[in-house]
Design a protein around this ligand. Structure first.
Ligand code: NOJ
Ligand code: CA
Length: 717
């Protein structure tokens, strides 16, 4: 009798499950449409369309948890909420002064039908340029703390898209981008063919990192990344080459676990930006909008700036980070860099301070100033550096006095060589030391394997670490530029003192490796920079023969392209990276760097195609000055730059720094022409970019004299 009753209940519930109709909800804004479905088995799915094209086919949502390995099925819908939002907020610094945050929100409340009935919400925000969604584990009686063993989110692409990708390395983003079809992604091929020092065997041959930039066969641009990566590990994507499905693959910890969570908890947002125009991918503010507003009420101490530094001379082997006769890791074949070549000595630092003060450069970075560089690299040692102990030839008191007298701000350098645990112990002292000596910013570094051992640069422990450093820095009113951290996810909105990071393959690779081909900088804004500014270190003027140990090493751009990078690669901390003496030989071109700013009122993407070219115009904050940068890949091309963004009725003086007709990145990179014209908002500049070249243009309101004496630009047909 009892058994019968159980059987009957089971049959009824099976019947119920079986007839459980699929439930669907949608939300749209402009051309973007999001559809959520709970299918018959109780599995949540989402789908994204742009106009009449599906760009993400129905795709799985959910997890494998330690407490429920099938936390992606057998859900029941408890309800949905809808919400609309449209507000404009102001940036502390950035590419634009104002940002409109406009979205439709759909929240679905789910409960697992399996005992003990865990709760899960999924929040979707639909913007005019894409979709963001996140998982929200609400406070609940049964699911209190748990381990994510896998996130199972999928992005089912609808075709064999072209992709710009780097391998799923858990510790570095410092790779060249490969452009291939989704069906061709395979990290093993890279390892087999590349001579690049950065290339290593990735744990999953089919995993790639985000931001992943793609172009569909019918010409739509899609970018997948994440926003607000906090207390979770970074998302990579496992690629199924056959059905073009991408599955989230989180960076594991030392145990292989992906994240340790306590409810209530909200995961980072998964972001899908889409447009039929490449320019709109670059102007998207979706990732910033998905981050929380600033947590800092007083931000008056946060000041974007250009900076120079005792740095390129070490990268190129002219001087050393270390004080004593120990070989630096970058010396050729372990060759000794002779004593007396320590870069961070007082006289040399003063030289850079003078150079900065004379050239409208606000900051000076000094690397190799503190003890530890004799044996810092690749030794996996817990304690390497001391962040308060200068080398004997670095007179910090005198340098501080001298910098202050010249109104130059010093930038501290804290390389951790991956020992984050030691930095955690020392950082409070390190920040107090910076305050004591008037340093207003710090560049951190995480070269090498992470300590705590077994952790990865992009795993949950380190994600927490980078943010702890940013928060601690904020307490001390210090601006932060982190090297070798996880790639950014828009957290600069919430912590505007975390201004820049490297997290990608910077210009330095042209010093110590085979370098990066001319297309590299045309891909970076579509990939690495989607989440935030990059400390790329532009501005190299000596294009060949700069590396003392490898004389035939050369840059992969023209000089004018280095200028253009100040506009096309955004950073509020922007380096003037070359040696002062190398700017002396091109003083006329250097004027552009002296003039250009790092904080913008407005930005217009004038033209872009990933891997090919990028043309951008930006207006200085609180000023009528505009700056234009246009860059190309290995192909020469004519940039067509309409100046319709200028104020109607105003005449401007345009100073154009362009590649000469004889220039090209390989054989004649330092050949350029500087011309001036009077322009207005009807002007359409047509400028030839050399192979690997670019142009930089400053556009200032013209004086009466300019209007009388300088010729007007004649539009060509
Ligand atoms: C790598 C960084 O990217 C570079 O800028 C720095 O000079 C070295 N690490 C040493 O910290
Ligand atoms: Ca680096």
């Amino acid at each position: 009798m009892k058994l019968n009753k159980t059987l009957i209940t089971l049959c009824i519930s099976l019947l119920f499950l079986d007839t459980h109709a699929q439930q669907g909800f949608s939300s749209s804004l402009g051309k973007v449409k999001l559809t959520f479905t709970l299918d018959k088995s109780g599995s949540p799915l989402y789908e994204v369309a742009y106009g009449n094209k599906t760009i993400i086919a129905p795709s799985r949502l959910g997890f494998a948890l330690d407490t429920d390995s099938l936390f992606y099925t057998s859900f029941q819908l408890l309800g949905t909420d809808k919400n609309s939002f449209d507000q404009t907020w102001q940036t502390v610094w950035g590419e634009t002064k104002d940002i409109r945050n406009h979205y439709e929100e759909l929240t679905v409340h789910l409960q697992s039908q399996k005992a003990p009935g865990y709760l899960l919400n999924i929040v979707f925000r639909v913007f005019e340029d894409g979709v963001g969604f996140r998982y929200d584990f609400p406070l609940q009686p049964k699911l209190k703390y748990f381990i994510v063993t896998d996130e199972l989110t999928q992005f089912n692409l609808t075709g064999n898209n072209k992709a710009f990708w780097i391998p799923g390395d858990f510790d570095t983003n410092e790779y060249l981008y490969t452009t291939s079809l989704i069906s061709e992604i395979d990290n093993r091929k890279l390892v087999a063919t590349s001579t690049d020092i950065a290339v290593r065997v990735a744990p999953d041959p089919f995993a790639v990192q985000t931001p992943l930039m793609m172009k569909t066969p019918d010409g739509l641009y899609i970018n997948i990344h994440e926003a607000a990566l906090v207390n979770y590990s970074a998302m990579q994507l496992h690629v199924n080459q056959k059905n073009y499905s991408l599955t989230a693959s989180l960076v594991p910890d030392a145990y292989g676990n992906k994240a340790y969570l306590h409810a209530p908890f909200k995961t980072p947002w998964r972001t899908i930006i889409v447009s039929d125009k490449a320019e709109e991918i670059l102007s998207s503010k979706l990732i910033l909008n998905l981050n929380e507003p600033s947590k800092l009420s007083n931000t008056s101490w946060i000041k974007p700036m250009k900076f120079t530094g005792v740095w390129w001379e070490m990268q190129t082997g002219k001087s050393s980070w270390s004080y004593s006769d120990y070989p630096d890791s970058l010396g050729k074949d372990g060759q000794l860099i002779p004593h007396g070549h320590h870069g961070a000595n007082t006289a040399n630092v003063k030289r850079y301070i003078d150079f900065a003060a004379a050239n409208n450069i606000q900051g000076v970075l000094v690397e190799g100033w503190n003890t530890g560089w004799e044996d810092w690299f690749g030794n996996w040692k817990e304690k390497v550096f001391d962040y308060t102990k200068p080398y004997p030839d670095f007179d910090i008191v005198e340098i501080t006095r001298y910098a202050a007298s010249k109104n130059v701000s010093l930038i501290m350098h804290n390389e951790t060589s991956g020992s984050a645990s030691d930095y955690e112990r020392q950082m409070d002292t390190a920040f107090r030391f910076m305050n004591l000596f008037g340093y207003k910013s710090v560049k951190t570094g995480y070269v090498g394997r992470i300590i705590p051992r077994g952790e990865h640069h992009d795993g949950q422990w380190m994600i927490d670490h980078y943010l702890r450093v940013a928060q601690k820095a904020a307490e001390h009113q210090i601006m932060l530029d982190s090297h070798e951290p996880v790639r950014p996810t828009g957290l600069q909105r919430t912590w505007p003192n975390w201004m820049a990071s490297e997290a990608g393959r910077g210009n330095e690779y042209n010093a110590f490796s085979i370098g990066s081909p001319p297309e590299h900088e045309t891909i970076l804004p579509f990939t690495r920079l989607m989440g935030g500014p990059m400390d790329y270190t532009p501005g190299i003027f000596k294009m060949k023969g700069y590396n003392v140990n490898v004389p035939d090493r050369q840059m992969h751009t023209t000089l004018c392209k280095q200028l253009a990078l100040y506009v096309t690669l955004y950073s509020p901390l922007q380096m003037v990276a070359d040696l002062p003496e190398n700017y002396e030989t091109h003083k006329d071109a250097f004027q552009f760097i002296r003039d250009v700013t790092t904080d913008w009122e407005d930005t217009r993407i004038l033209g872009a195609e990933p891997g090919d070219y990028i043309y951008i115009a930006r207006k200085e904050k609180g000023s009528p000055k505009w700056f234009v940068g246009a860059i190309t890949d290995e192909n020469s091309r004519k940039a067509d730059l309409s100046l319709s963004f200028l104020d109607k009725g105003t005449k401007y003086l345009a100073t154009i720094y362009r590649d000469s007709p004889q220039a090209d990145w390989k054989d004649n990179p330092e050949s350029y022409i500087i011309e001036q014209f009077v322009v207005d908002n009807d002007t359409r500049l047509k400028i030839d970019l050399a192979k690997g070249g670019g142009t930089a243009i400053s556009i200032f309101p013209a004086s009466e004299k300019d209007i009388k004496t300088i010729k007007k630009y004649r539009n060509l047909l």
